[in-house]
Design a protein around this ligand. Structure first.
Ligand code: GCO
Ligand code: MG
Length: 405
């Protein structure tokens, strides 16, 4: 066996090309470089500090090939387990190490995972509008671009700022002083949403896959009502109908509706999804590489899900960097239970820092064949885009009560 390689440098770079991305860069004695995404939207510097102060010093000198041991070292070794900050930090290192291992092997990452189960991955994108008509026009524009699956969100009469509807986020330059606030009325939303999907089916016919994100705002019974009211329109899924941490609440929803259910973008470990998967309460698991401990841990989640006929539907909003998309597409190329991949394009400035070999074509995503995960990072270019504080929105009921965003 050849002499083990050694990690000689590891650092975190936070840059804001249109939005904040946290990147872990690891270098080895043999001259290999690997990069991983460690972006946790709205809490970026917490992960950067966790990495810089607690994980990266202990990485120097380790053999980069020992990915599993490094994962266990940081997971078990912290004593304090799980949590979005910890698991995103571990993911950043894990993906950089998989990148290095694949480069050392001269193989694209999917080959190391077990080889291709498919060559293209169905993806869905977003369409939204303040009114039903605007949302459907936006959906039509996505169809013209070849998308066969579209997540549709529409404004609700009487509500000012609804999740997923264009303009609901702060995009101004400079540090944001405090989160923007949205308003919410569940009854109005439940009345309005079936009409959106009825109109979508009428306009687009039966073939287009329709998806919808309720963004954790409903009670189990309200979620069951939503699911039932959407059954005639044959949705691909309803996402995050209730706050995701209450796993047993999903029994109620599952018993009451056949609308497919997806959850998991806020999960960070297999334990968050254990009941949902083993009781077959969901159809799609959305936990993805960056927030759930990297390739090493998400592979465990996907394997458990496969046993219970639950498929993957990885989170792929544009606050996950192009590195996560690259890694996710290698993962999806391999995973026997791949379902669909979310795809929202990155801000144009991101291409000044990141280079990638994955691509979109006619409703599908394709991973590349470059050794590693196929995403590159230009550190000098990143320095031109300094970090800016940006929050996710918060949400309140009409009477001012804090609600789930
Ligand atoms: C999605 C998500 C995102 C999240 C965002 C948080 O389905 O894509 O719900 O829009 O809200 O990624 O940072
Ligand atoms: Mg979502």
């Amino acid at each position: 066996m050849s002499k083990p390689d050694r990690i000689t440098a590891a650092r975190v770079i936070v840059a804001s090309p249109g939005r904040n991305y946290v990147t872990v860069k690891i270098e080895t004695a043999s001259g290999l470089v690997g990069i991983g995404d460690a972006t946790l939207n709205g809490r970026e510097l917490a992960v950067a500090a966790y990495l810089t102060e607690h994980l990266l010093p202990a990485l120097i000198g380790r053999d980069p090939a020992r990915i599993e041991d490094t994962w266990q070292y940081f997971y078990r070794g912290a004593y304090w387990r799980r949590g979005p900050v910890t698991m995103t930090a571990i993911a950043g290192i894990d993906v950089a190490l998989w990148d290095i291992k694949a480069k050392a092997a001269g193989m694209p990452l999917y080959q190391l995972l077990g080889g291709a189960s498919r060559d293209r991955m169905l993806c869905y994108t977003h369409a939204d509008g303040a009114s039903i008509e605007d949302a459907l026009d936006a959906t039509d524009a996505k169809r013209q671009q070849g998308f066969r699956a579209v997540r549709i969100q529409a404004g609700v009469p009487g509500l000012e700022r609804v999740y997923g509807v264009h303009g609901a986020h702060d995009t101004a330059a400079g540090h944001q002083p405090a989160p923007l606030e949205g308003d919410w009325d569940t009854a109005a939303y439940l009345r309005h949403t079936p009409g959106l999907f009825e109109a979508a089916r009428t306009r687009f016919g039966p073939d287009l896959h329709l998806l919808h994100d309720a963004h954790h705002r409903l009670s189990p019974n309200e979620a069951a009502q939503l699911g039932r009211s959407l059954e005639p329109y044959g949705l691909f899924w309803v996402e995050d109908p209730v706050p995701a941490e209450d796993q047993t609440a999903w029994r109620r929803i599952r018993q009451q509706t056949t609308t497919p259910l997806a959850v998991g973008e806020v999960f960070n470990s297999i334990w968050d999804a254990q009941t949902l998967i083993t009781e077959r309460l969901i159809d799609y698991i959305r936990s993805t590489i960056v927030h759930a401990g990297g390739v090493t841990h998400v592979r465990r989640i996907a394997e458990l899900a496969a046993l219970y006929n639950v498929r993957t539907g990885f989170h792929g909003a544009n606050d996950l960097s192009p590195i996560t998309m690259g890694a996710a597409l290698h993962f999806g190329r391999w995973a026997p239970n791949f379902g669909i991949q979310e795809y929202a394009s990155h801000p144009p400035e991101a291409a000044e820092i990141f280079g990638w070999d994955w691509r979109y074509e006619a409703g599908d995503l394709y991973s590349g064949e470059t050794p590693g995960h196929g995403v590159t990072f230009d550190e000098a270019a990143a320095a031109r885009f300094p970090y800016e504080r940006h929050y996710l929105d918060v949400n309140r009921l009409k009477d001012g009560t804090m609600w789930d965003w």
